[in-house]
Design a protein. Structure first.
Length: 786
């Protein structure tokens, strides 16, 4: 081997030694008394179901709003846990070192009677202490003092059954004696079967959130929490507060099912938290854990994203028609596109009792991930399975997350459309500075009327402005007050959804984050009495006042529950419209019934429809009728027409016409004629279109047509009629003998002689007869006319 190779090998070995030494120094420093930023957190939830107190690995901010109960929640994982997630190691496990934080999934699902707390051992947190007295001083140096016994009251055990290294919580109020002085201490210790989450140090703050009342030091090996008081106790009396203390089973002490005493010791004196104790069962070898889910905030890469793991079929049984359904419960969150991955393999527990998915195979492309249109729920059909599966995905916040904000996500595991199991996962967002107050704020509403009197039964929706999601409702009591607890320190919209009887809804009120002090915020909201308006229209049905009877004004009366309370004069200048405004809607809590009436109007009948009044008047009408008379010697001359036209005139203006004929017996009529126009009586007359050969006269509405026939003159008779001369007979001696032109020739065609004298005589005879008949006619006519 060359010298150069030896030198390289020697340098490599020296590097390994130096790296190991530095790693040991770093691990040792993290096991000390200093609190470092850690993404592991735990959530406790108050009795309202919405408020939470956050206990965290970092040095916590102590809130002045007390929490009352604990809800099993999921907390964010630290860097170690995130590495385990990458290796698909899941929880629960048994701790291996009481002096080191335990990394554990808090959200696995068990079918046993024991609780599987979502908090888990890896929360690495101490108690949450909530002081409620005021502070006006600054912290002083810590001096060695005497032990001070605090008084415990209102103690509570949040979870009575735990499994493996999952957690439960001791909650209690405490009071500090007035004799306490700066430097005095109080030691709280646990029984052998219980452990704190980890060794750590943090401050207990006054209500202003800035002034230190005491320092708290948790020493996990000694199972003790020591409070050391500052000079705050020197200047304040009657100091009281509240402690939420996360504890877990000391698995090094117990390896079987047993009941652990739910108690603590104050300076060596035993105080019972719950006489029933804590039922504990080890988790190692548990085959019931077949489906679980956990999540954590990705603090390193994107603080506004949460990584979720859904673990399926740890028992690796054959299950048919498997469907996984997931939904985002918290408002303002959505799935990250392209973040889904599905793996299958064999679930096995390692030597530290972690679940690990071995022999992983990426099968994402073999399954369809069906996400709904609002990007708030998904479904995956895995089909028939006999191996273990894991689904990993990301969820992003659509708003800046606040310290202590809790994100809830639900998942269900179905086979053949039947729910086998389900999980509710809660992930806490916690910044590394350890000053988050979480869901520890309250909002109180004072509801009053315009005189300042309290109003009960007002209902409000409390809407978180950043997500536009309703976080709760408030209903005011007899004192006009209502409170919602468990709020983050954020901006809220207070929207009244139901006003007290007789009052109108108030406008939205914005309560800003700056409005919250150490305990909460208060908003005073005033409701105005409910008022209404009665309005209507006066309608005239009188043919535009044809008869001139419409008055200049009318009076409308307003009745409340049948009694006249107001009256109003209505005129044409108001367009015959009226309204009564600012009327009280309720009286003695009952809605008022408003009606209207009208003072009687002469010549009209009144009808009311709702608040509209209609006046009816039927205008007077007349009839014009007449007869056509012919004076023409019974149409002697035959010139009478078959019909004539009669015109109707109203005040000299033609308004109608009508044809009249013999079929009407030469009679006519114009019916339903208005008697008045603009209040004045109408004068009706008739005329007739001219008839040729007749003269027309009108008498009232009767018309006579006259025609005089022409009388013929008497013919003159001649005095001495002339006797015609007798015609002469021709002499035979002068007879001319016709010449024979045939000269003995024969012709086939018959000859015809022309007619001459016979046609002339017949014509003359016809003319004579006609003249005779005309003469006789003239004689007869002349005789009849004489």
């Amino acid at each position: 081997m060359s010298n150069k190779s030896r030198h390289r090998r020697l340098l490599f070995m020296m590097g390994l030694v130096l790296f190991s030494l530095l790693g040991s120094i770093w691990i040792s420093s993290n096991n000390g008394m200093t609190v470092y930023a850690d993404s592991k957190t735990n959530i406790t939830q108050n009795g309202t179901g919405s408020g939470t107190v956050i206990n965290q690995q970092e040095e916590p901010q102590i809130s002045t709003v007390n929490s009352n109960t604990t809800d099993n929640t999921s907390s964010s994982d630290d860097q170690t846990s995130q590495k385990q997630v990458t290796n698909t190691e899941a929880q629960p496990r048994a701790p291996t070192d009481n002096n080191q934080p335990v990394q554990e999934d808090r959200n696995y699902i068990s079918n046993s009677q024991y609780s599987t707390s979502n908090s888990g051992a890896n929360t690495n947190q101490g108690p949450s202490v909530n002081s409620i007295s005021k502070n006006n001083s600054s912290p002083s140096a810590y001096n060695k003092g005497t032990n001070v016994d605090i008084t415990i009251s209102n103690s509570q055990l949040t979870t009575s059954s735990i499994e493996g290294s999952s957690t439960t919580e001791f909650k209690f109020d405490f009071s500090v004696p007035d004799s306490a002085k700066s430097g005095d201490t109080t030691t709280i210790s646990l029984p052998d079967q219980l452990d704190f989450q980890r060794s750590q140090k943090f401050n207990i703050y006054a209500p202003d959130g800035k002034t230190v009342v005491a320092t708290a030091v948790i020493d996990k090996p000694s199972k003790s929490l020591v409070l050391t008081y500052t000079d705050y106790v020197d200047s304040h009396d009657s100091i009281s507060g509240h402690i939420d203390m996360q504890v877990t089973a000391a698995t090094s002490e117990i390896n079987k099912e047993e009941t652990i005493p739910a108690e603590i010791k104050i300076n060596g004196n035993t105080v019972t938290i719950d006489s029933s104790g804590i039922k504990h069962r080890p988790s190692k070898g548990d085959t019931a854990t077949d489906f679980w889910k956990y999540g954590y905030v990705d603090y390193d890469n994107n603080k506004n994203e949460i990584v979720y793991h859904v673990n399926i079929n740890a028992s690796m049984q054959s299950v048919s028609n498997v469907v996984i359904s997931d939904s985002l419960v918290s408002d303002g969150f959505s799935y990250v596109p392209g973040s889904f991955s599905i793996s299958k393999g064999n679930w096995e527990r390692n030597s530290e009792n972690y679940w690990r998915l071995n022999n992983q195979q990426d099968v994402t492309n073999q399954h369809n991930i069906d996400i709904n249109s609002s990007n708030s729920a998904y479904t995956v059909k895995l089909g028939n399975i006999s191996e273990g599966y894991e689904i990993v995905y990301r969820v992003k916040s659509n708003h800046p997350l606040l310290n202590g904000e809790l994100v809830q996500n639900n998942v269900s595991y179905k086979s053949n459309k039947k729910v086998i199991n389900s999980a509710i996962n809660r992930v806490l967002y916690q910044e590394a500075n350890g000053k988050a107050n979480g869901y520890n704020y309250s909002l109180t509403i004072n509801k009053e009327d315009e005189s300042g009197a309290p109003l009960a039964n007002a209902v409000f929706s409390v809407i978180r402005k950043s997500t536009n999601g309703v976080v709760g409702t408030i209903t005011t009591g007899p004192d006009g007050r209502g409170t919602i607890y468990g709020l983050l320190k954020d901006d809220y919209i207070i929207r009244e959804t139901s006003a007290p009887s007789g009052y109108t809804l108030a406008k939205d009120v914005i309560v800003s984050a700056d409005s919250f002090d150490s305990r909460g915020a208060t908003a005073t909201i005033t409701d105005k009495k409910a008022v209404t308006t009665v309005s209507g229209t006066k309608t005239w049905k009188d043919n535009d006042d044809q008869d001139g009877k419409r008055p200049d004004s009318i009076k409308v009366n307003l009745l409340a529950n049948g009694k006249v309370v107001q009256s109003k004069t209505v005129t044409a200048s108001d367009n015959w419209k009226y309204s009564f405004t600012n009327l009280p809607e309720f009286e003695n809590g009952k809605k008022i019934s408003y009606t209207v009436t009208e003072d009687a109007v002469a010549g009209y009948t009144s009808t009311v429809d709702g608040y509209n009044v209609t006046n009816n008047h039927t205008p007077a009408t007349v009839k014009v009728s007449g007869t056509k008379t012919w004076n023409d010697n019974n149409n002697q001359d035959g010139i009478r027409p078959s019909s004539i036209t009669v015109n109707l005139l109203a005040n000299g203006q033609q308004v109608a016409s009508k044809k009249v004929s013999a079929s009407d017996n030469w009679q006519y009529s114009f019916d339903n004629l208005a008697a008045y126009a603009n209040g004045k009586k109408i004068t009706y007359t008739v005329t007739e279109d001219a008839v040729a050969g007749y003269t027309s006269t009108v008498d009232g509405y009767n018309i006579t047509n006259t025609h005089n026939p022409t009388t013929p003159k008497k013919p003159q008779v001649p005095n001495n009629p002339t006797t015609p001369k007798k015609p002469q007979v021709p002499n035979n001696g002068n007879k001319v003998v016709p010449k024979d032109f045939t000269q003995g020739k024969t012709y086939d065609k018959t000859s015809r002689l022309p007619q001459t004298g016979d046609r002339s005589s017949i014509g003359m005879m016809f003319v004579g007869i006609v003249m005779l008949l005309l003469s006789l006619g003239l004689v007869v006519i002349n005789r009849f006319t004489i």
